[in-house]
Ligand binder design. Structure first.
Ligand code: PPE
Length: 306
């Protein structure tokens, strides 16, 4: 999946180090308890040069995630943005996936980690189509997982490393059963999100997505796509979505930094719409790509040039 040897340099605790030197100790608190927060950002070749798409917004979310877990990031959002740029430049990437991570290191084990040192790293690598080239072109097959999404009142709405074991259970079940991706219900039984993506449903020309209270991540791609589609004249509604809504809809797609806009062609062995990516999905893919490549003047604020 991730071709780690393409990145020669990693930013770690304030400086660029060689790939081989970006290591941690086995007593790292986050290894034992999942006490980390992270981000995923893509940088693209855009009009005017390589640019991180909503890089600053991602670093803001990282700072919020850290705060919610009482971790002192130790760098400002601007410093984190600069560090991300620095590591992409050091690796001479013209496009890249960027992974900042903030985690508790050495100094304490046990559940009161006040003495554990906060460590910060920014890794970058080349990451192709998250759900496969074929998936982004023609759509993926998903199944509703038997694993529920962790409840929104059990964890802050943050991107924390530890919570991903819930997504991994769902993803592995889906892949083992022959599907591309898992969709998770929340504890109330309504649709929350995919293992690593938000979800959009289209019916009779209206676009629906679950509200944050359904327990989904406050996705930056979700937010971008909602804005772009609304500005394009579509009605986009945040609404509780049930499993059967997926069976009766015209189109379905998933969004995420890694997944971008990925069409869904089948849910629980039922064909979605015509079985081919529909017009709204195609339009969402098109305007999202135009936005991240800097082709739309209205959204150039979303680009942080590297
Ligand atoms: N929900 C989850 C659970 C999630 O992990 C992601 C991103 C999203 C929604 C979409 O969020 P955003 O990227 O802000 O639009 N998943 C990241 C990591 C995936 C991974 O496998 O690692 C990503 O897309 O970078």
């Amino acid at each position: 999946m991730v071709v780690m040897d393409t990145a020669r340099y990693i930013w770690m605790d304030g400086r660029i180090v060689d790939f081989e030197d970006a290591t941690v100790h086995v007593l790292t608190h986050a290894l034992h308890y999942g006490t980390g927060v992270f981000e995923g950002i893509r940088a693209y070749e855009a009009v005017g040069g390589t640019a991180g798409f909503r890089l600053t917004d991602h670093m803001r979310r990282l700072a919020r995630s850290a705060k919610s877990y009482r971790m002192d990031l130790g760098y400002s959002v601007d410093e984190m943005v600069e560090a991300a740029k620095e590591v992409v430049r050091a690796n001479e990437f013209s496009s890249a996936y960027i992974r900042p991570i903030v985690f508790l290191g050495l100094g304490a084990l046990g559940l009161d980690p006040r003495n554990a040192k906060v460590q910060v790293a920014i890794i970058t690598w080349q990451w192709g189509a998250y759900l496969g080239e074929e998936g982004i072109l023609n759509g993926i097959r998903v199944k509703v997982s038997s694993w529920r999404r962790f409840s929104h009142d059990a964890f802050p709405n943050a991107k924390a490393t530890g919570t991903y074991i819930n997504s991994i259970l769902a993803k592995r079940e889906a892949v083992t059963d022959g599907y591309d991706e898992a969709l998770m219900l929340n504890s109330e039984g309504s649709i929350s999100e995919g293992s690593g993506e938000n979800l959009f449903v289209i019916r009779d020309g209206v676009i629906y997505t679950p509200p944050l209270s359904a327990g989904c991540l406050d996705g930056i791609t979700r937010n971008s796509v909602m804005t772009l589609l609304r500005d394009d004249g579509y009605e986009v509604v945040e609404k509780v979505i049930h499993r059967s809504d997926l069976y009766y809809c015209d189109e379905l797609f998933m969004t995420g930094t890694a997944a971008e806009v990925t069409p869904v062609r089948e849910v629980d062995n039922r064909t979605v719409g015509s079985g081919r990516p529909g017009p709204v999905t195609r339009r969402a893919q098109e305007i999202y790509a135009d936005a991240y490549t800097g082709k739309l003047d209205e959204y150039t604020d979303w680009l942080d040039y590297i």
